[in-house]
Design a protein around this ligand. Structure first.
Ligand code: ATR
Length: 282
């Protein structure tokens, strides 16, 4: 048997993925004989590409755009959260070559919030989510699991917010109240919110700005962004100026990688400042 433990990340394209920087940093830090590589799989070779990884002896892999939903069909077993949100970013391969799907983006989001705001809890809170894409999906799942009282989902395309609110209400049957909003309604409800979470690409370098007036928020509200380039986005700067607590986006990326690393390489790794610096400068 190979002494080197193998893992990687699949996607298309994949050159942009920062996951190798994260896993290679931890492999070195914990002195583990392992490799973590990028695998670009073309859409028309998806199934073949994945079976090749099994044959290569990988312990598992991360999954990025555009395969987070498609990978579910190739997995024999699924974690409850992957089933609920209908997508996976972390796959583990067992000794028989069978695939297990998990979604750790929600875990990554929550761990990042806890790391920066250890006393904050979403339980019983009202949250505004901006966006209704894949990232919003994982975060909404985690918010429901954390017993958030009300989640308002505002999206440019309101039909997507409506579909997501409807789907999550049916799948979870939880106490959480899910309310879709039109983008222009944001400022009407900000005063009720305990947290604002940006899951859109607005505010990212090269993208349009996210125009929102956070002065309407209560002084105890928190603001978080999943955009990490730039690290301090305009809404986070605005939050800081207003004296609101805020959390940057890079930690979600770093923490979501932990469960995969632990399963494949056997150590629950630490997210530290050096890792953050290396990934931000990569
Ligand atoms: P991800 O998986 O990163 O969430 P996605 O599924 O493409 O990516 O979702 C991107 C989110 O950013 C969506 O909510 C998108 O809004 P639409 O559903 O209307 O497309 C939002 N978004 C992207 N560009 C935007 C813009 N210029 N204005 C407002 N919302 C935008």
């Amino acid at each position: 048997m190979d002494k080197i433990i193998k893992a990687g990340v699949i996607g298309h394209p994949i050159a942009h993925s920062k996951s190798p920087f994260i896993h290679k940093y931890w492999l070195k830090k914990y002195n583990i004989m392992g490799e973590y590589l990028r695998y670009d799989i073309a859409p028309d070779e998806f199934q073949y590409g994945v079976s090749r990884l099994v044959n290569l002896g990988l312990r598992g892999f991360n999954v990025t755009i555009p395969y987070k939903e498609k990978i579910m069909d190739l997995c024999r077993t699924h974690s409850p959260i992957a089933l609920k949100i209908g997508a996976a970013n972390t796959v583990t391969i067992n000794d028989q070559g069978m695939l297990h799907a998990d979604s750790t983006d929600g875990f990554g989001y929550m761990s990042n919030i806890s790391a920066h705001l250890p006393h904050f809890s979403f339980m019983g809170k009202t949250v505004l989510i901006l966006g209704a894409g894949g990232a919003a999906r994982a975060i909404i799942g985690a918010l429901i699991e954390s017993n958030t009282a009300k989640i308002m989902i505002a999206n440019r395309t309101m039909a997507r917010a409506q579909a997501m609110a409807c789907e999550f209400s049916e799948r979870y049957m939880s106490e959480t109240n899910l309310v879709p909003l039109a983008w222009f309604e944001i400022h009407d409800i900000l005063g009720q919110c305990d947290a604002v979470i940006n899951t859109t690409s607005l505010g990212m370098s090269g993208q349009p700005p996210l125009e929102i007036d956070l002065k309407l928020l209560d002084c105890h509200a928190i603001v978080s962004d999943i955009v990490y380039a730039p690290l301090e986005t305009d809404i986070l700067k605005q939050a800081k100026t207003l004296g609101l607590q805020s959390v940057t986006g890079i930690g979600m990326l770093l923490h979501q990688a932990r469960p995969g690393f632990e399963r494949w390489f056997g150590v629950d790794p630490e997210v530290d400042n050096d890792l953050e610096r290396i990934v931000l400068s990569s």
